[in-house]
Design a binder for this molecule. Structure first.
Ligand code: NDP
Length: 316
């Protein structure tokens, strides 16, 4: 047996909860499926200092609890479940939760976010949130006046190194090849910044640390095999993100890396009644506040879609 819903929101980051707050206040009685990481990426951040409205900053997990409460206050039903597959070739749209429960929805708001890529070495995991971060804009401020390392060679690595160079005494950019993938202008900015040192042909062997957190990184030159330790207090990953959109492949238009394409200026996808918000559809800004902003847009777009649909039914 399948459950019928008006609006289903998939994902519980700032985008999903904001969509829920707006949809619930519009009387749409949304149901929100949290996904496998309730609260999303912000639950891996200690302090959020750049979300407007919190002059003293707020702890990431606490912020997500508050957003959840706010969504529930207006009648959002939160379900701890993972949407494991969808069928967007039918209407109402079909979703399968935890591989067993069918849900039919008149509108779906996708807020599944993205996940930062990590190198996959144990020491990186050991010092997560204790010096290891995948977001310089979120966490860079805590390393002001300190020495840090950034891994990566794309636009993110270039941008994050430049950002950190204004806060930190020195930035070591660890690049695995003898060239960077980043755009020429961003590379030039990196190369012209005196306190950024690029370590070419270099890979991370181990993140080093103690009870106080990260104290350094041991790197290896992949041409010569030479190892060395760079003393740093912060270790930033900038090797890309992966949008959590695999289950929508074949139904939704996406770019080559899996970000969902929306009609510019809206959250509409190529499937009627399906809206994409937050990082799943944004590879450029990726901030909590921009995710929340598009979450609001998604709810308003869904509301408009449902109203038009109702009007259509009334006249048919
Ligand atoms: P990219 O996929 O472009 O780059 C990832 C980088 O990480 C590559 O240089 C890659 O090296 C390196 N890398 C991957 N895996 C490893 C590993 N295991 N060890 C070491 N290095 C590794 O990701 P970005 O996040 O930089 O950018 C994603 C998209 O977002 C791009 O289209 C980019 O243009 C865009 N963007 C735009 C910005 C802007 O315009 N302001 C800012 C940020 C991103 P290699 O080159 O050797 O493969």
């Amino acid at each position: 047996m399948s459950v019928k819903e008006k609006v289903v929101i998939i994902g519980s980051g700032p985008a999903g909860y904001t969509a829920a707050i707006y949809a619930a206040r519009a009387g749409l009685k949304p149901v929100l499926y949290t996904g496998g990481q309730p609260g999303g990426q912000l639950t891996t951040t200690n302090d959020v200092e750049n979300f407007p409205g919190y002059p003293e900053g707020i702890n990431g997990p606490q912020m997500m609890i508050d957003l959840q409460k706010q969504a529930e206050r207006f009648g959002t039903r939160i379900h701890y479940g993972l949407v494991t597959s969808v069928d967007f070739s039918v209407y109402p749209l079909k979703l399968v939760v935890d591989e067993k429960d069918d849900v039919l929805a008149e509108a779906v708001i996708i807020a599944t976010g993205a996940s930062a890529k990590y190198l996959g070495i144990p020491s990186e995991e050991k010092f997560a949130n204790k010096g290891v971060s995948a977001c310089a804009i979120c966490d860079g401020y805590f390393y002001r006046g300190k020495e840090v390392a950034v891994v990566g060679a794309g636009d993110s690595a270039a941008e994050e190194s430049t950002y950190l160079s204004k806060l930190c005494t020195k930035v070591h950019l660890i690049v695995r090849r003898d060239e960077m993938r980043a755009s020429k202008i961003m590379q030039a900015r990196v190369k012209n910044t005196p306190n950024i040192e690029i370590h070419w042909n270099t890979e991370t062997d181990e993140v080093l640390g103690d009870d106080t957190g990260v104290t350094g990184v041991r790197v290896v030159n992949n041409k010569t095999g030479e190892k060395k330790v760079i003393p740093v207090q912060g270790f930033f990953l900038a090797i890309g993100h992966k949008p959590n959109t695999d289950i929508f492949k074949g139904y939704l238009n996406m770019d080559e890396t899996g970000y969902i394409k929306v009609v510019p200026g809206t959250t509409r996808t190529n499937v009627e009644g399906v809206f994409a918000v937050g990082d799943a559809a944004d590879k450029v800004y990726r901030q909590a506040v921009t995710a929340a902003g598009t979450g609001c847009m998604g709810a308003l777009d869904a509301e408009k879609f449902l109203a038009a649909k109702e009007m259509e039914m009334a006249h048919s």
